[in-house]
Design a protein around this ligand. Sequence first.
Ligand code: DCP
Ligand code: CA
Ligand code: CA
Length: 516
Amino acid sequence: MPVARPEPQEPRVIAHVDMDCFYVQVEQRRNPALRGQPTAVVQYNDWKGGGLIAVSYEARAFGVKRSMRGDEAKSVCPGINLVQVPVARGKADLNLYRSAGSEVVTILASKGKCERASIDEVYLDLTDAAKEMLLQAPPNSPDEIFMEAAKSNILGLPSDASEKEKNVRAWLCRVDAEYEDKLLACGAIIVAQLRGRVLEETQFTCSAGIAHNKMLAKLVSGMHKPAQQTVVPSSSVQDFLASLPVKKMKQLGGKLGSSLKDDLGVETIGDLLSFTEDKLQEQYGVNTGTWLWKIARGISGEEVEDRLLPKSHGCGKTFPGPKALKNSTSVKGWLDQLCEELSERIQSDLNQNKRIAQTLTLHARASKENERDSVKKFPSKSCPLRYGIGKIQDDAMKLFESGLHEFLESQSTGWSITSLSVTASKIFDIPSGTSSILRYIKGPSSAASLDLPASSSVPEDPSLDNQLNVTPIHGEQCEPSTSEKVDGKRYSANEGKKISKKLPEVKASHPRFLIL
Ligand code: DCP
Ligand code: CA
Ligand code: CA
């Protein structure tokens, strides 16, 4: 549920950085012959040439899109290079892309608080760095970094192309500017510098949004791509939001966004301005109402978290069309593979970063025989996570069986599964000097594992769900899920799910580690 956070008194400088056609760039670095060529990365799949998951800008110019399959991409762009995602255990192995993302994060984290938001995105809080720059060397230097910053797109400046750079340069070093605009100008220079370092050290280009809050920075980071940055001065916010379709905001992509449109006739974020806070609260509850009132004005107090590592780990696979799984044996076979990868990833997170995941969740997509159009969704299930491949596999299968039982509503009918994923979440840092937890998890002989009380249903994570829709799946999730409760109903990108308690008790055999 979106909740408005109190906004800080002082103006902040926040950037959202997103890599350009990321997997393609990683592949182009591996094979420089692909540079400057129409290229796409395809998901492991032999059906119609595989699903595209990343498309180079050269290929986009031919009309190639991520929704296409390899065969279709070839028909619109015969010269396209299709690169297969690396495969392990019969599914995409994203480790290469994950570690490339980490290289970038390390560079971007050098100038302020940095939050890894997805495999190829971060938020940065550059407020302190911008203040420092303003005190020491206000922006006016004609050096390389300044030249790059002068290529920024600044919302609200006259869009006369021939004069653009001159106008931007003037904006960046205006002496009579408001303090908050001066800070933003420093932010634009710092981001230009960081993007330059990323290019130099990793060979990757990225795009960025620079604004006074996360929401605005994120909304504009993809506005001018590739390899460009966009700045949102406060004076431009109202016009920008006036024409911004509600669905462009992540939290409004689902039912809440549809309700705004259907029930209030709101098409753009700016349209929300015609409603009082009371009216919005009456319609959507106190929290969501206030949040909507604030976003209409470009206000968002959400902080950049200090987190360079992902919030959760997920492994999934889709089984489209004839590949659908139709019996427990094949589900078990695939779940075992997914759990093996998940186990390796959480184990290496534990070894390298001293982090422990507490919750195991199973998501699936299913349909019943002869009921292809049924709206009933396979309920997502979770339970406390026990370390060890075998335990994770057993628990995941129990979660699956419990979800299937509920999904089938006691009917004995055929079913098919078109996607499966397991996620490890609620990850926390082991306090330094705590060795007992490690012994707990690793020691095979001692009371080494965790108990497993009854599982519970959880709302699916829409960010994962979106990915499942299109076959490719990021292996890690960094953003919070975006479901909202509106008037007592749960609104989210995935409708129709609810919290249910009716689940078989899974035998508990070991003490919990959390009491440590
Ligand atoms: N990805 C995926 N499945 C999806 C979406 C993305 O596997 N449905 C992967 C491939 C992308 C990477 O994640 O390269 C980052 O996704 P983005 O949405 O940021 O898209 P790109 O970086 O490819 O392109 P852009 O330049 O538009 O950001
Ligand atoms: Ca990207
Ligand atoms: Ca992205």
